[in-house]
Design a protein. Structure first.
Length: 38
């Protein structure tokens, strides 16, 4: 509690929602945020 996690990205290569989903999964599994995006 008392914690805010905010994720945003500019996304030209991966369409917005899909890129955000991949980034969120990376965070959940302690991977670098850009894994699978670049």
């Amino acid at each position: 509690r008392g914690r805010l996690i905010l994720i945003s990205c500019l996304d030209n290569l991966v369409k917005g929602a899909a890129g955000a989903a991949v980034q969120n999964l990376n965070c959940m599994h302690a991977l670098p945020e850009t894994t699978g995006l670049l």
